[in-house]
Ligand binder design. Sequence first.
Ligand code: DLL
Length: 433
Amino acid sequence: MIFNEEFETMPREALEAIQLRRLQATVARVYNTVPFYRRRFDEAGVKPEDIRVLADLHKLPFTYKNDLRDNYPYGMFAVPMDLVTRIHASSGTTGKPTVVGYTARDIQTWAELMARTLTAAGTRKEDIVHNAYGYGLFTGGLGVHYGAEKLGASVIPISGGNTKRQVMIMKDFGPTVLTCTPSYALHVAEAAEEMGVSFRDLKFKAGIFGAEPWSERMRQEIERKLNVKAMDVYGLSEVMGPGVAIECIEAQNGLHVFEDHFIPEIIHPRTGEALPYGTPGELVFTTITKEAFPVIRYRTRDLSVLHPEPCRCGRTIVRMGRIQGRSDDMLIIRGVNVFPSQIESVIMETRQFAPHYQLMVERVGNLDQLTVLVEVNEGMFSDEIKNLQSIERDLEKNIRETLGVTTRVKLVEPKSIQRSEGKAVRVIDKRNI
Ligand code: DLL
C-alpha cells in the first residue's frame, strides 16, 4: 500500500487549496493558544483573518531557534500537557536542547509520513529495516521505527553503536533496508570489512541516510561500498523529525517535501526576502497539521533550493536540493565562504583518500587557518613520506582551485579520525578555546 499517494501526485491547485485551509486553521490556533505567537503577530500587525491566500504567509513573522530557547521547555506548545504523549529534543550542540512535543494524532501523522518516506525510498511490507538511527530523545530512531511498523515492514530496532554486533545481525537477520547517518553507514562498512563480511553477500537493496550533510560523491562511495541504492532523507526536530522530505528511489535527484503537511519557502538568509523557485537560500518551514508543536515560518538555517518541476517518479510535490550546509556551519576562511561538504566533494574526487576527514579551524595571528585532516586509504601510508607530502600539496591545490580557499592538508593514518555512531563531527573550531 502506498500511503496517501493522492497528495503526492495532486494537481498544484488542489494541493494549494488544502494548504491554505490547513494554514488558516493553524494560524488561528497558534494565535489563540500560544502567547508567543499572539505577541509576535500583534507586533507585526497581522491577524489570523489576514491570511486569505497562500501568499499571505509572507505577512507572518519568522520564528527563530532562539525563540524556542527563550520558551524552554514547553512554552511553545499549543495544547495542554495532558494531550502531549511524546517529547523529543534536538541534539543542540550548544546550550540547552530544543524541546518538541507530539499529541497522539501528531505521532500518527508522523508515522504515516515516515511510511510514505520509506515507501518513496523503495521500502515495502516484505522488507526488513535495520534501523541504526539512535533511539532516544533524537527523532531518528523512533521516527523510522513507527514509520516502518505503519508500513507493515519488519523493523530491527538496533539503534546506533556496538558496530561489530550490528554486522553480525546484518549477516544473520538478512535486513534489506538500512537506515542510519551516512557517516555511520561508512563506519559499519569498515567494521564489516575488518570482520571479513562483504556487503555483496548481505541482502540490503536500499539505504535511507540523513540527519547530517553529505555530498553526491559520498553517495557514490556509499553505494559502491555497501552495494545499495542510497537515498537522502531530511528533517528536523522542530518541524517533526525525519519525514519532512525524501528522495525517491526512481530519480535519486532531490528530496520531495511533503507539502500537504509542511509549507517550504526559500528566503534570503540576510534580508529575509522570499526567493523564487530555483534560487538557493535558507529553508523556512511552516507546519500545517501539527497539534502540539506547530511552527510558523521556522528559520532552519539550512541552505537549499526548491524545484517545482514534476519528477520522473510521478510526484508533483516540490523537490529540495541536497542541503548545502547550515548557515552556522559555514566557514569563512580569509573572506572565502566554504561549507564542509564542499571540501568533502573535493577530497572524494580521487580514490586515494578514505571518506573520513575533519576540518580544524585555528586563528594564527589575525588570520583564520583551515587544516584539512584526511585519512589515506589502507596501504598508502607505508609509502614514501615524500610521496605523502606531494599528495598533500596536490589536494591543497585542488581545494584552492575548486573552492578558492587556501588550506593546509594533513594526511593521517587510516582509522585515526574518530568514527561517529550518529552525526559526524566534521569541524573542530579552536578559535574560541
Ligand atoms: O536530524 C532528524 C533526522 C533524523 C533527519 C534522521 C533525517 C534522518 P535534528 O537532530 O533536529 O533532526 O537535526 C536537524 O540536521 O536542521 C539539518 O541541519 C541536519 N540534517 C537533517 N537531515 C539532513 C540531510 C534530525 N539529509 C538538522 N542533509 C537539520 C543535511 C541534514 N543535513
